[in-house]
Design a protein around this ligand. Structure first.
Ligand code: NAD
Length: 500
């Protein structure tokens, strides 16, 4: 694939009001291929005038888009899904190259998941729900209008750039909002192509706008823009706090999808092989750069040694390699800087726990930002590797002796995004789903997501839901409309204010 093919139509760096627009800022974002450190693209970023243009375009598009019938919105989204499917391979390759994902992952997960998400919202656009119109008082008819909020300012992370663009954009526009999305500055390419593809499919100009640039500049300005009605953010908990502070200045509605530190609880009756396979896949997907990845294996003492040996053995067989090679199991981390952060945490863990595997490969892979799968066994519950987000191919493991202790350890984290429990006992599985405080609990699996079901956190993992019709609760507001039925000039309740 040539460089020109990679960047057709998105070289400008922004997509505003239905057109590619060159960023007016002098700050240039260079997108690197994490497989080899080579530059993939250098994009101009948004200056204040570009941000202004994007928000104005979204504002101008709002009246038309929000009053389009659900059927009209649905039809455009269905065409968008079909066109993205035609361009699936282009998306898969671009996503792999910019984010360091193995091509098998982008072909089989990121891209099909994105198409399914668009298709789901094409249908869901016609299914906004509310309470029945009825006479809740004898003298009135009440009805509910579920209305779009307006212009959504959305900021996304680098770990699943394409899927995050879909998760942020689709529920918002299906419900009639318009949006300005800022992807992560190191992985903007598929978000730009996504917006262009939507436009090519017939989405009206200004409904989806993408601006590029750093969080501290472009992102911060988007958060505080007075004409943005709602902020929808996916990223770290630290930046999520900044989003909340910014929202306070103009009382914007906020939806936050933040960090995670998912427990992976293996009870003594679990199928050990299933748990070992699940832990390896659940911790290494996307090189562990997944907010729901299995990061804390909490394993009954009777299975602990075999679990550690099984995971370590399978980790050693995982093939690291370049992203576009179909034989590659695990690609690089997203950047050198991030790889060095992961390596530092693993180095420090060596002082207090047993580190198995890990390390930076040399030879052909030395130019990329690779890190080998790493198991940190016997990690104390209060250690850095257990408490903080590593966001790399690293699984910490610790034993437990009783079910009470397992549940306590699972909940011993400020995060609450996802969790899994491995057991063949129906009562234990019910207890785990009831007592583990996280937005999702899998039983005997870890990672699968589906468009029909919500994704979102509790505690410091944020609030609000992506995907599913639950996401409409974030992106719509309900309005009560009340009709007087009597036609009377004086109502009974007026007696509380005046008497004639
Ligand atoms: P990040 O918080 O550093 O950056 C996320 C986005 O925020 C980027 O676009 C960045 O440019 C922007 N940003 C940074 N500082 C900003 C500021 N001051 N003002 C406005 N915008 C700013 O996160 P990341 O490193 O890109 O992604 C990894 C994090 O995302 C992890 O914590 C991970 O758990 C989380 N994540 C969560 C979910 C979820 O669904 N809960 C999904 C994916 C990733």
């Amino acid at each position: 694939m040539s460089e020109t093919t990679v960047l057709t139509g998105i070289e400008a760096g922004q997509f505003i009001n239905g057109h590619p627009v060159s960023g007016s800022s002098e700050d240039v974002c260079t997108v690197l291929d994490p497989s080899n450190g080579e530059p993939l693209a250098a994009l101009g970023t948004a200056g204040p005038s570009d941000l202004e243009a994007a928000v104005s375009a979204a504002r101008a598009a709002f009246p038309g888009w929000s009053t389009a019938t659900p059927g009209e919105r649905s039809a455009v989204l269905a065409r968008f899904a079909a066109l993205l499917e035609e361009r699936a391979e282009e998306f898969a390759q671009l996503e792999s190259r910019q984010a360091g994902k193995p091509i098998r992952l982008t072909r089989e997960f990121d891209v099909p998941g994105t198409i399914d998400n668009i298709s789901f919202f094409a249908g869901a656009a016609r299914n906004l729900e509310g309470k029945a119109t009825a006479e809740y008082s004898p003298d009135h008819t009440s009805s509910i209008r579920r209305e779009a909020i307006g212009v959504i300012g959305s900021i996304a992370p680098w770990n699943y750039p394409l899927q995050m663009a879909a998760w942020k954009i689709l529920p918002a526009i299906a419900a009639g909002n318009t949006i300005v999305l800022k992807p992560a500055e190191i992985t903007p390419l598929t978000s730009l192509l996504f917006a262009k593809t939507a436009s090519d499919a017939g989405l009206p100009d200004g409904v989806v706008n993408v601006i590029c640039g750093r969080g501290s500049t472009v992102g911060a300005q988007l958060l505080r823009h007075p004409d943005v009605d709602m902020l929808s953010f996916t990223g770290s908990t630290a930046v999520g706090r900044t989003v909340l502070e910014a929202a306070a200045t103009t009382a914007k509605r906020v939806h936050l999808e933040l960090g995670g530190k998912a427990p992976f609880v293996v009870f003594d009756d679990a199928d050990l092989q299933a748990a070992v396979h699940g832990a390896v896949a659940g911790s290494l997907i996307n090189s562990g750069q997944d907010c729901t990845a299995a990061t804390r294996a909490i394993v009954h003492r009777s299975l602990y040694r075999d679990f550690v040996d099984g995971v370590a053995e399978l980790y050693s067989k995982v093939r690291l390699g370049p992203t576009l090679d179909p034989a590659t199991d695990m690609g690089p981390l997203v950047s050198r800087q991030h790889r060095d952060k992961v390596a530092g945490m693993v180095d420090r863990a060596g002082a207090y726990a047993r580190v198995i595997g890990g390390g930076i490969p040399d030879g052909d892979l030395a130019a990329g930002s690779y890190f080998r799968p790493t198991l940190v066994a016997d990690a104390p519950a209060d250690s850095e590797i257990v408490r903080d987000e590593v966001f790399g191919p690293v699984l910490a493991a610790m034993p437990f002796d009783s079910d009470d202790e397992a549940i306590r350890l699972a909940n011993d984290t400020p995060y609450g995004l996802a969790a899994s429990a491995w057991t063949r006992d129906v009562y234990r599985s019910l207890r785990a789903t009831r007592e583990i405080r996280s937005g999702c609990v899998w039983i005997n699996d870890h990672i699968p997501i589906i468009s029909e079901m919500p994704h979102g956190g509790m505690k410091e993992s944020g609030f609000g839901k992506d995907m599913s019709t639950y996401s409409f609760d974030e992106y719509t507001t309900v309005k009560h409309v009340m009709f007087d039925l009597t036609g009377a000039q004086t109502k009974d309740w007026h007696r509380t204010v005046f008497t004639l």
